[in-house]
Ligand binder design. Structure first.
Ligand code: PEP
Ligand code: MG
Length: 567
């Protein structure tokens, strides 16, 4: 049994699909010219048909312009010069794998050394095509998530946001990754896709093979390899019970999130794309408390998404939520979130560097495009705009002023903009939490981003399993920062939400309720559980509980206090 972190609840039992790039290892060996020529020609034909298949599958999601890249790849694979050079080398006695690799490497360095930027960039395309060709010569399979056509559990070192975007929910029973924590982006994506996931599962890549049957228990955070028939039976029963419980919660979909003594809070969902809106509504979400717009930028392959493309996405979310509140976070890129088409400066600590609002205030062109798209979409629902990673009052004021400037410009151009847009900020840097009462003079609302607030308060990288013990949202130090934020806002009549993972944590909810949090925004799948809990609690009792928690000195003591109160 391998231990990991339960990142998205559920149980999966099934065959492993390993997402692992094959390593090319070419050894000198005896070879027969005719056999090698045939091997190369078959591999070339397979490469061409592979690229055609990838193009066909991609055509469902990509534009004509984006698909052009596959035509370029096909042209390269079919280039007679390329093929002839390899065949000539084989005829001179070199084995097919070595000949293919040698000619490809020569072509790559030739293009890389060219002055012209266009040709330089083509080197990457040749790398791509020739890697596929060499793998085919060697009989190695390149994994392709879009080609999966049976139910599997994906096992990978990590899944990038673009990997998760390619997952077909119909065939993905779940995924287990070697690295990552509860707040890493693969974990967040798993929850929004409602796929069970175990992350930070050390040893899973070296232990399991493609095709093995495994049990992934993403409730306890473990992977069972080589399960016995009895274990499979046991976990099938567990899975059924889990799904039954989930189904039973559905009776709360249209209920209010109100405590036994009549205190009402709002439970909202976190989303990454317009497609996630359905999940929020199906799970009784009363709004969207965080729309992470960076996925729109990360899914775009070769340039920033245009104002119109962004407008369509924001409009779809606002319309989909049908008048319910939608909090859209402006571009939060940088740290571990990179773009294919934008070069970030090399920094020692990218999480502390040029990212999110810092980048947007520097690259105002990028920021203004997003703001205009948002403002144009504002008439389709109830829009709240929030800025990520605000550290100083000046940053907030500057960003807000830009929203107002763009609004003015649009109105002058005759474009309709809503008059009820709220402009708020994330509180995810301790400096902002400490100064919340001052920020509250300018911001309409706060949303506490505990994933980063914990990371920056504890100085512990959220991506590193080695320091994951410091992910302590229930540490009294964090609770005090949260209290400062809530009190600072309430003192000026502003509302406070939380959109970090803590908001959906069953042990945290009683304390957050007691501290006076107004809105809890979480993965759609956690909403009904949280509603059930809130409906069983008394606000007055939880206020007392929170007061006690604030005076403790260890996270463990807070956990014990909450557990005994819940009993
Ligand atoms: C957070 O930091 O808590 C948050 C919600 O934002 P992200 O996880 O996208 O950094
Ligand atoms: Mg954050």
């Amino acid at each position: 049994m391998l231990k990991g972190i339960a990142a998205s609840s559920g149980i999966a039992i099934g065959k492993v699909y390993k997402l692992e790039q094959p390593v090319i290892d070419i050894k000198d060996r005896e070879c027969n010219v005719d056999a090698e020529l045939k091997c190369f020609q078959d591999a070339l034909a397979k490469t061409i048909s592979d690229i055609e298949k990838v193009k066909e599958r991609a055509s469902k999601n990509l534009s004509e312009e984006e698909l052009a890249i596959f035509d370029a790849h096909l042209m390269m694979a079919q280039d007679p010069e390329y093929g002839t050079q390899i065949e000539d080398m084989i005829k001179d006695g070199t084995c097919a794998d070595k000949a293919t690799k040698t000619v490809s490497d020569m072509m790559i360095s030739m293009f890389e050394s060219m002055e012209d930027a266009y040709f330089k960039e083509r080197a990457a395309d040749i790398k791509d095509v020739s890697y596929r060709l060499v793998c085919n010569v060697l009989g190695l399979t390149i994994p392709d998530l879009t080609a999966i056509e049976e139910e599997v559990i994906i096992v990978a070192e990590d899944l990038t946001p673009s990997d998760t975007a390619q997952l077909n929910k119909a065939y993905t029973l779940g995924f287990a990754t070697e690295i990552g924590g509860r707040t890493s982006h693969s974990a967040i994506m798993a929850r929004s896709l409602e796929i069970p996931a175990v992350v930070g599962c050390k040893g899973v890549m070296s232990t399991v093979k493609a095709g093995d049957t495994i049990i992934m228990d993403a409730i306890e955070g473990q992977v069972i390899t080589n399960p016995t028939a009895d274990q499979i039976k046991e976990y099938e029963a567990k899975k059924e019970a889990f799904l039954k419980e989930k189904e039973a919660l559905k009776i709360l979909v249209n209920e209010k999130s109100v405590t036994v003594d009549g205190h009402e809070v709002e439970l909202a969902g976190n989303i990454g794309t317009p497609k996630d809106v359905d999940g929020v509504l199906a799970n009784g979400g009363e709004g969207v408390g965080l729309y992470r717009t960076e996925f729109l930028y990360m899914d775009s392959t070769d340039d920033f998404p245009s104002e119109d493309d962004q407008f369509e996405a924001y409009k779809a979310v606002l319309e989909g939520m049908n008048g319910k509140k939608v909090v859209v976070r402006t571009l939060d890129i940088g740290g571990d979130k990179k773009l294919n088409y934008f070069e970030f400066p090399a920094e020692m600590n990218p999480f502390l560097g040029y990212r999110a609002i810092r980048l947007c205030l520097d690259r105002k062109d990028i920021f203004r495009t997003q703001l205009r798209a948002l403002l144009r979409a504002s008439v389709y629902g109830k829009l709240c705009i929030m800025f990520p990673m605000i550290a100083t009052v000046n940053e907030f004021k500057e960003a807000k002023a830009m929203v107002l400037e763009e609004k003015e410009k649009l109105i002058k151009e005759g474009v309709k903009v809503s008059d009820t847009i709220e402009i708020g900020m994330m509180v995810e840097i301790p400096a902002a939490a400490v100064l919340a009462d001052e920020f509250a003079k300018y911001a309409d609302f706060f949303s506490i981003g505990t994933n980063d607030l914990v990371q920056y308060s504890m100085a512990a990288d959220r991506m590193s399993e080695k320091v994951s013990y410091l992910y302590q949202p229930l540490n009294p130090s964090l609770l005090r920062l949260i209290k400062m934020t809530i009190d600072g806002a309430h003192g000026k009549g502003k509302w406070v939400g939380m959109c970090g993972e803590m908001a959906g944590d069953a042990l945290a909810a009683p304390v957050l309720l007691g501290l006076g949090l107004d809105e809890f925004s979480m993965s759609a799948t956690s909403i009904l559980n949280t509603r059930k809990m809130i409906r069983s609690l008394s606000k007055a009792e939880m206020t007392e509980l929170a007061d006690k928690a604030l005076k403790l000195d260890r996270m463990e003591d807070v956990v014990d206090l909450v557990k005994s109160a819940l009993k």
